[in-house]
Design a protein around this ligand. Sequence first.
Ligand code: ADP
Ligand code: ZN
Length: 517
Amino acid sequence: MTPKEVLKNFYGYDNFRGQQEAIIKSILSDKDTIVLMPTGGGKSVCYQVPAMVYEGLTLVISPLIALMKDQVDALNANGIPSAYLNSTQSTSEQRFIHQEIQSGKIKLLYVAPERLFGGAFPLTELLQDIKLALVAIDEAHCVSQWGHDFRPDYLQIGMLRKEFPAVPFIALTATADKQTRKDIADKLGLIHPKWFISSFDRPNITYRVTPKRNSFEKLLEFLEYHQKSSGIIYCLSRKNVEDTAEKLQAAGLSVLPYHAGLNRETRAANQEKFIKDEVKIMVATIAFGMGIDKSNVRFVVHMNMPQNIEGYYQETGRAGRDGLPSEALLFYSYGDFMTLKRMIDTPDNPEYASIMATKLTKMKDFCQSSKCRRRYLMSYFGEQTDEACGNCDICFSEGNQEDMTIPSQMLLSTLARLKESFGMGYTILVLRGSQSVKVQEEHKQLSVYGIGKDKTEDFWKLLGQQLIQEGYIAEAGQQFPTLKLTTLAWTKLKKKQKILLSMQDNSMLRKTKKVAY
Ligand code: ADP
Ligand code: ZN
């Protein structure tokens, strides 16, 4: 059968999509191949079709044990004889599958990397006995410490490569920054691999980042724009998931929770309802979403900042797979940054911890940046774009800038007088001349005390946020956030230059929208 016939007969599709055909051609000419394609791009077809064209067995290495059964069931249902081997199976089950492989009945075998050389029946011995046609490595970024999901067992694949020098290998991933890419080829020991890099741009997704102030009210407002639409709301902890789901249910919305603390049946039932559109919104930890193929997800909300851009991109990428306009909204706070920083600080692997810290900082930079969100994301993944996208909160706010020189000078000088050792809340108390006992006596003597009393607290908060976003103020501090003036701020103050800011809380307001809903 030709690849096209396989596609038609087993999947029912008439045409290949994007680079699929070229990728399959590369594999069928026995070349090592690396595929970078966003989630939903159609990576599976790239190795499953060659598996059916080749004589012999295709081995698929995947870290996602929980998904193997579903993947294999789906393949068998399509008439592609497949099996998996992992630690959830009994010895007799595993023995049976070994026999099936030896008799040549299986075309695709899914395994976790630790199965290759370890376990009761090391696979490599079996593979020597049969015709191994192709090895596919899913989630290939797991081989790299630079990836966001390093799995040491993946390093064993390099040994497999050496044992089977004549067999083509294909590595696939949906997320890889530049360093990770290089690492994938090196660590897997691929031989002059042919690269296929699809564009990571998802032009139908609108990206928005908004300060995590009154986040629940903002969320309700956002959901009002998305009535009857399906969406996912990600929270950092199980408790956050429970709380948020309860509050949304109380507000009359069609919501269910999902996290690893729920029992298997509940999780499966909730997921099923979401996929079938019986419930509209899933409030979940990031445990939810992998391997879910639901095309009409209209929005993805992050109540907390994700740990890295890779995770953020993968999670937001679950929106709008059908190509229709969709939204990604992220609530950002410096507090969350600090929480995550503590979480990833694992002393047992300092090198890894330091890579994770760098990634976390890039995530924070993304949230605080005043540049087009899409441009930032694209350049993170190594794609250069010349133009701003016109479809993110930053692009929307452009052209709406106002002269905020005087209030900005007031706020910045107050920070300076407070010796850059306080947070925004306290600074605003001083600015507005608060009588609160929280304000230290010496600060009541400052010349800036009360100079901002004719403006509301909300005004100052928004101004402060915009000054952070535009790079005039940097957040620092270990225990609690303190604010520092950047070089840009000092220059502007000294030279008495104008400060232009967008004073719209451009979180999710439609005022400046250009996209139809
Ligand atoms: P990925 O692994 O890259 O996230 P999948 O392999 O799961 O993506 O494919 C995503 C969806 O696209 C699946 O529903 C798949 O059946 C579908 N798909 C893949 N290739 C094609 C094609 N050539 N034509 C139509 N649909 C396709
Ligand atoms: Zn933009």
